[in-house]
Design a protein around this ligand. Structure first.
Ligand code: MOS
Length: 744
């Protein structure tokens, strides 16, 4: 008998990999149907004011141009007078494209030109004449910082900073060592490889099939249903493949609205794709200004932490993410004051971007910790260990698990941290100043309600489905593994379906919660099939399992056998044949065990170690080595898990050294709006990256014990690099990105 090893925990390659590399995986703008028309968006060039006149006559005169939609001729929808908030909407009033003549940000869509070809629509869009009545705008966060206000609570899941504990200001004033500095981070844009696009297929019966670039087909579906008053049967949303998103696909974007509106009005299939420039017009990581003040005793024990953040939002929504709370959570300290305020600008609302909030707050905190270590002449890692906490003091709760100490130890070992010299500018290779820096990372381990359906066929194949997405994270693969493991089937007997609004309900793919949430549902659905199947197997004539209980058997290689004696077995096929069933089907809704989970704080942790080489004459920084040790619970697939962390680290290199969307406050618009100006790391910027996962057991987070890894990889990286640059050069740069001009 061949022993089947469980696919769970194995480095299984992406099950959809072949489809992707052979071009068979189709993305939102690649679904073609006969008679497809093309919509091109005209974007406003002023940030605030009104549209005085919009003349589309030249565009409309071109043969093949079907229509130019504007605020003057768009259909009247009840939605325009009401608010519908999507699943990721912050409190406020969501942007409504073509609502009226009012301009609320530069780049705002003001017209949609629809034509028989994309080229024609693009040319026609250039002929739309717009006269603006501009008003004075404000897009400069620094200039407006005095207007910062406490945001309203609105978005589900947003936790305002905890109340102060102790007296942080007093403790700071009398501390033996003090750091008090301001750190800043710029606007960043997600820039996934695939631009946002929606293809609306107008079916003969008037129903719509939408192919949308989204992190949540059901979020898109609900939005469309509300806005256009459609039932679920009238608009189905599909998104089988997503070319990266990083949060940019969490909210329905304007191309979706415009494409559906045009398809319904013209009774034609319509595609609207955004250009790369337009990818800078619907949400971004907000700019922040952050004060971090740390007070410590002379032996490095923290006696005070103050973290105050100011971030931007739009005039119409209070976008808020958790920036400062981490500072009350990561270290033992009895005097903590945290504060987060917003400033409204004439800009679009920011949107979650990979590890929203944490990536910013932890950058500032971990930079300040490095400054404190330097001041006290304590090794930066040692300083973290002296302030290690086993309890979340923000909530006064224990952690469900926290193997951060193992991350520090194993990461340091792998990196060779013990060989670091304490003083800045003390390590060099010729003209290259060498620096070693480190930082801690943290993110939440969340579980959301999710459902999945499992269908086992008598031929031994299993199809499992859920409406979730795979934005490149490996969802197809890991769900396939979980299902195969639960029913003891080989990987290739299992098909996982996702990205279709008609599938069992699932949350947005975000927050690093997909494995935890959808994975738990997949497991539960397969367990139900398992139970059913076992009942049938016991009834097979002369069944060797007749007297066994479910706990006494194992499922493997398409058979159910006694765990104690694998020769006593019934095949899945025989069990089903006996029961006279061709398919066994189970759908479950899996809910987090909140009473149990609420007793604990549930987080992933990491320790990031970075080596930089800085050219002494030119200031050019090379991140020559990164070691990242992650505590993420049980690792279900070390290959896809490692890829998530690698991607996060590369994002962190971008954040530290390159990524910045520059605003021209005079024009009120982003001047960086293509990939030539908006720099992200390329191959030449990425060197030796090592990822390791420490053992961590957690029975609280979800039935799988896996914590989710989509975001932890980027947290802490920018601080580790900034700290390494200080160690190399002796120069502390407190504003990201650390471009070479700041080092000269
Ligand atoms: Mo993530 S920023 O929740 O896609």
């Amino acid at each position: 008998m061949t022993k089947t090893t469980s696919p769970l925990g194995q480095p299984v390659s992406r099950v959809e990999g072949r489809l992707k590399v052979t071009g068979q995986a189709k993305y939102a703008a690649e679904f073609n149907v006969p008679g497809l028309t093309y919509g091109v968006v005209v974007s406003s060039t002023v940030a605030r004011g009104r549209i005085q006149k919009l003349d589309a006559s030249e565009a409309l005169a071109l043969p093949g141009v079907l229509h130019v939609f504007t605020h003057e001729n768009r259909p009247s929808l009840a939605w325009f007078d009401r608010n519908y908030q999507d699943e990721d909407a912050p409190s406020g009033s969501p942007f409504r494209p073509l609502h009226d003549d009012k301009l609320v940000y530069s780049g705002q869509p003001i017209a949609l030109v629809v034509a028989e070809t994309f080229e024609l629509a693009s040319y026609a869009a250039s002929l739309v004449r717009v006269e603006y009545a501009p008003r004075a705008h404000e897009t400069d966060l620094r200039a407006r910082r005095k207007e910062a206000y406490e945001p309203s609570k609105g978005k589900g899941g947003y936790e305002p900073p905890p109340k102060p504990r102790g007296n942080a200001d007093k403790a700071l004033a009398s501390a033996a060592a003090r750091v008090d500095a301001e750190y800043s981070s710029p606007v960043e844009h997600h820039n996934p490889m695939e631009p946002h696009a929606t293809t609306v297929v107008y079916e003969d019966d008037g129903t719509l099939t939408l192919y949308d670039k989204t992190q949540g087909v059901q979020n898109t579906q609900k939005y469309i249903s509300k806005v256009f008053k459609l039932s679920e049967d009238e608009a189905r949303v599909r998104s089988p493949f997503v070319g990266g998103a990083f949060g940019s696909g969490l909210r329905p974007q304007y191309q979706l609205f415009l494409a559906v509106m045009a398809a319904r009005e013209l009774k034609r299939s319509v595609r609207v794709s955004l250009t790369r420039q337009q990818m800078f017009t619907f949400g971004h990581r907000p700019e922040t200004l952050q004060r971090v003040a740390l007070g410590a005793s002379s032996d490095g024990k923290l006696v005070s932490i103050i973290h105050e953040a100011i971030a931007e939002t739009s005039r119409f929504e209070d976008y808020i993410e958790v920036v400062v709370n981490w500072s009350g959570l990561l270290y033992q300290c009895d005097n903590v004051r945290l504060d987060h305020k917003l400033v409204q600008l004439d800009n679009y609302t920011p949107v979650d971007m990979r590890a929203p909030g944490a990536v910013l707050g932890v950058y500032a905190l971990e930079s300040a910790m490095d400054e404190l270590a330097h001041q006290l002449r304590i090794d930066p890692l040692e300083l973290r260990l002296r302030n290690y906490t086993e309890r979340d003091q923000n909530k006064d709760k224990p952690f469900s698990s926290k193997e951060l100490r193992a991350c520090y130890q194993q990461g340091a070992e792998q990196f060779g941290w013990a060989r670091r010299s304490l003083a800045p500018r003390s390590m060099r290779e010729g003209k290259q100043l060498v620096g070693w820096g480190m930082a801690t990372g943290i993110w939440e381990a969340m579980q959301q309600p999710a459902s999945a359906k499992a269908v086992l066929s008598i031929d031994g194949t299993l199809t499992v489905s859920s409406a979730t997405s795979d934005i490149g994270t490996g969802t197809y693969t890991v769900m396939t593994q979980i299902a195969a493991d639960t029913l003891g089937l080989p990987i290739d007997a299992v098909t996982f379906k996702l990205g279709d609004s008609s599938l069992p309900p699932s949350p947005l793919q975000g927050g690093s919660w997909t494995v935890s949430s959808v994975g738990s549902a997949v497991k539960a659905a397969c367990e139900k099939v398992r139970e059913h199947l076992f009942k049938l197997a016991r009834k097979v004539d002369g069944s060797p399992l007749a007297k066994a209980s479910l706990e006494e058997v194992s499922f493997s290689g398409g058979r159910i056998h006694l765990s104690a004696d694998p020769s006593k077995a019934v095949s899945l096929t025989a069990a089903m044949r006996q029961g006279g069933v061709l398919h066994l089907e189970e759908q479950v809704l899996s809910l987090p065990n909140m009473p149990e989970q609420n007793k604990f704080t549930r987080c992933t942790h990491s320790a990031v170690f970075a080596e930089v080489k800085v050219d002494e004459d030119l200031g050019v920084v090379k991140v020559s080595r990164v070691v990242c040790a992650v505590a993420g619970g049980r690792i279900l697939n070390p290959k896809t898990a490692r890829s998530q962390i690698l991607g996060g680290i590369v994002g962190g290199i971008g954040m530290a050294l390159q990524e910045e969307t520059v605003m021209d406050p005079k024009l009120g618009r982003f001047m960086t709006h293509n990939l030539a100006d908006y720099h992200v790391p390329v191959n030449a910027d990425v060197h030796d990256i090592q990822v390791l996962f420490v053992d961590e057991e957690d029975s609280v987070v979800n039935p799988l014990g896996a914590k989710g890894l989509g975001e932890i990889g980027i947290v802490g990286v920018a601080a580790a690099i900034a700290n390494a640059i200080f160690h190399a050069t002796g120069k502390r740069v407190r504003g990201l990105p650390i471009t070479l001009d700041k080092l000269l």
